[in-house]
Every structure is written in C-alpha cells, then in structure tokens.
Design a protein around this ligand. Structure first.
Ligand code: SF4
Ligand code: SF4
Length: 400
C-alpha cells in the first residue's frame, strides 16, 4: 500500500513504524473473513482492511475525526486478522499507533473519557477494585445488565498448606483474577505442589499494564510496567519460570521489551524478565508430567482466548494437556472468533460484546458439552454472564 505521510511525522518513531506497517499491507482483504466485527456489522470500515485505511488517511491528514474513532473503538484488538494475514501485517501495533493519535488529537465525549479514566484508576488497583466490587454486589439489583455481569462473585479459594520446595515458580496474581477467580491460581499451586514445585508470589506485584495500554493511556502504562518489573525482578534468580495463568496478562508481559524499547534503564530488565515468562500451558507441557481429570466432567468445549491463540500464538497446548488428562474435546465452530470480552470492550461496547457472546455460546454449546473451559479471567466472566447453564471454568480447574 502506498503512503503519503507528512515528512515530519514519518521521521518520528511512531510515524516510521506506521509507514512500515501500512506499506506491508497489500489490501487483499483476506483478513476480513476472520474479523468478528466485520462478520456482525458487515461494514468494510468495521473490518481490518477498512480500519487500516482509516488509520492511513488519518495519519496522512494528521487529523482525527469521529468516523475513525468510532470504527477503531469497535475493534476488539483480538488480532485474528494478524493470524490470517499472508503478508504478516502487524495490525495490533498499527492500531495502537492509530488509537494513540486519536487520544492525542481527537475529541472524546465527557462521559466516554470519564469512564475510561475511571477504569484505569480502579481496575488495576487491587484494593480499589475490591472496594468497588463489594459496592457493586450490594447494589447489583439496580445496575444495568452489562455492568451487573462484570461484578465478580465471591469465590474464595480453598485454603491449602504448602511445603517449602527447592524448585520454585513465580506466578502472577493478576489484579482482576485474584478477586474474581482466585481458585485458578490456587488450583495451579496445588497441582505443582503435588509434583514438588512451589508457587511463590511477589508482594508488590502491580497490574501487567494491559488495561491502560488498551485504553491508550501511555503514561500510566509505562509506570505500571516499570513498577511490575521492580516487583518481580528481585525474585527472578530463584525461580525457574514466571507464569501467567491469565492469557491476557501473559500476552502483555511478553511484549514488555517492545513497550519499553525507549527506556534505557528498563529495556534490559524487561528482556531479562521476559526470558522467563511463560504461559502456564507452556510450563506444564515443559514439565512433561501426566495429569488426571476430575470426576465431574467428561466432555469439554474449549474456548481459546484471542490473547492465547492470536496474541501469544500458542494454539494447541491446552488442548493437548486436557486430552492427555482424559477429557474429550468437542468440536467448536469458528473457534478463531473472539467471545466479545476483550478487556474493557464488554463495558465500552456492550451491544457488540453481547452479540459476539451469544454467537460464541451457541457455537460452544452445539455439541452439548458438560463444561466450557477457557484461559483468561475476562473470557470466563464474560461467558459466565451469558445466561447459559453450562458452567464456564478456567482449564486449570479441570486438572488434578
Ligand atoms: S492486513 Fe493482510 S490480509 Fe488484510 S488486507 Fe492487508 S495484507 Fe491483506
Ligand atoms: S483485531 Fe479483531 S476486531 Fe480488530 S480488525 Fe482485527 S480481527 Fe477485526
């Protein structure tokens, strides 16, 4: 694709990268077929090719308008288009540049901006999120449906006494996950303890940064990333891996070196950290041990989060582990499509998120599974709120 970005912008770091990515797109449109929003809305501007054009026009004119903002806001950042693209277009990075430009040059309404600011200040802060969750549960009856569904239920983890072990792994607690689904990390700790590996946590761990990154709040993202590195690094030499059990956090952690590329102090530290970062499915596969299935379920519908299959590109690892434990994985139509959770998307685009969820639940339940399993707290909460009677769990809860 030819570009005519203004020279001054093309010479900036973002302009140079945008130019490279735009030029790699050959405008074939193959990506549209895998785009969830294009499938639902049928509008070229709600597919990746159209969005790439919008970003190109906006950057060339150096002017952000409401049309570009509307269609870029509707993008889930699921990156299914990246997996489908034969030319290797780094759509996710281009979208980040386009969204940053809109935040800097566009005009958001007061309500929209306030909600975004509120999300960045509350969700990544565990104490605040806990307080808001308690308040939300108290007034749940009077909230609109899409908000009601986002309030975590109380689900305490079963207390478990662990022994000190020579082998240790550092597990991220996650800001939402530790409140909404604490059983996930508790299951992992029990599994690993039974095989002689101890789970340790970093006391001062902060959010992985994905929430502020998706909302184009770069100041907050850089601070969060640096804080997290400061918290995790002192434990790094003593552990054999840094594990994320939420694929949405894992994909951001693996991206730390790119996100901190301009920071002379933190870039090398980010590289050191990322050398040890793995998704929990990668770690369990690497251990090469056999796990048992629980007695509760037999037939599993697996929903691979976009952050696992398109972001981290590790499709197949969880499926292999579940099958080797004795589960039957049912066929799921359109398994590459997003469920509509996509971080804060379900709050900011409730209608589209609801449509995508209905479609996803229909596809997941076609073969009448006993349970739906996934790998990210956001997908788990979103799918659980869909009014379906098939339970939705994190796949780790299915291993014994
Ligand atoms: S992003 Fe890739 S698949 Fe989509 S139009 Fe461009 S080259 Fe084709
Ligand atoms: S990231 Fe997902 S929603 Fe956005 S354009 Fe690509 S496929 Fe469509």
């Amino acid at each position: 694709m030819q570009t005519k970005l203004p020279q001054a912008f093309r010479e900036s770091k973002q302009g140079k990268r945008a130019d490279e990515i735009l030029r790699s797109c050959v405008h074939c449109g193959l990506c549209n077929a895998t785009c969830p929003t294009y499938q639902v809305l049928g509008d070229e501007l709600d597919g990746p090719r159209g969005r790439i054009y919008l970003i190109k026009e906006m950057l060339e004119a150096q002017r952000a308008d409401n049309v570009a903002q509307t269609h870029l806001d509707r993008c889930l950042t699921c990156r299914a288009c990246e997996t489908a693209c034969p030319s290797g277009v780094a759509y996710g990075e281009l979208l980040e540049i386009g969204r940053d430009f809109i935040e800097e040059h566009g005009r958001r309404g007061l309500i929209d901006s306030s909600i975004r600011r509120w999300l960045v200040s509350v969700v990544p802060d565990v104490a605040r999120f806990k307080r808001w969750s308690s308040l939300g549960r108290a007034v749940r009856w009077m909230l609109p449906r899409n908000l009601k569904e986002q309030i975590p239920q109380r689900s305490p983890a079963t207390p478990y006494v662990f022994e000190r072990r020579e082998r240790q792994v550092l597990v991220l607690q996650g800001c939402v996950q530790r409140i909404a689904t604490p059983r996930v990390n508790a299951s992992l700790a029990a599994l690993l303890d039974s095989r002689g590996v101890e789970v340790v946590y970093a006391d001062e761990e902060s959010c992985c940064g994905s929430l502020s990154l998706h909302l184009s709040n770069h100041g907050e993202t850089s601070t969060t990333l640096r804080n997290n590195i400061d918290a995790l690094l002192p434990l790094l030499d003593d552990v054999e891996a840094v594990i994320s059990t939420a694929s949405g956090c894992g994909v951001t952690l693996k991206d730390y070196p790119r996100l901190l590329a301009d920071d002379k102090t933190y870039f090398p530290l980010a590289c050191r950290l990322v050398d040890k970062v793995v998704d929990v499915s990668e770690y369990l596969s690497r251990l090469g041990l056999l796990w048992d299935k629980t007695a509760e379920y037999q037939r599993v519908a697996w929903h691979s989060p976009c952050t696992l299959q398109h972001g981290q590109r590790i499709a197949g690892t969880v499926e292999k582990l579940l099958r080797s434990a004795g589960y039957e994985l049912v066929d799921v139509r359109d398994a590459h499509l997003c469920c509509g959770s996509a971080g804060t998307y379900s709050l900011l685009q409730p209608e589209l998120a609801g449509q995508l969820r209905s479609q996803k639940l229909e596809a997941l339940c076609e073969e009448s599974p006993d349970v739906i399993a996934t790998a990210n707290v956001g997908c788990q909460m979103h799918l659980s709120g869909g009014g379906n009677n098939v339970p939705v769990v994190h796949w780790l809860e299915l291993l014994r």
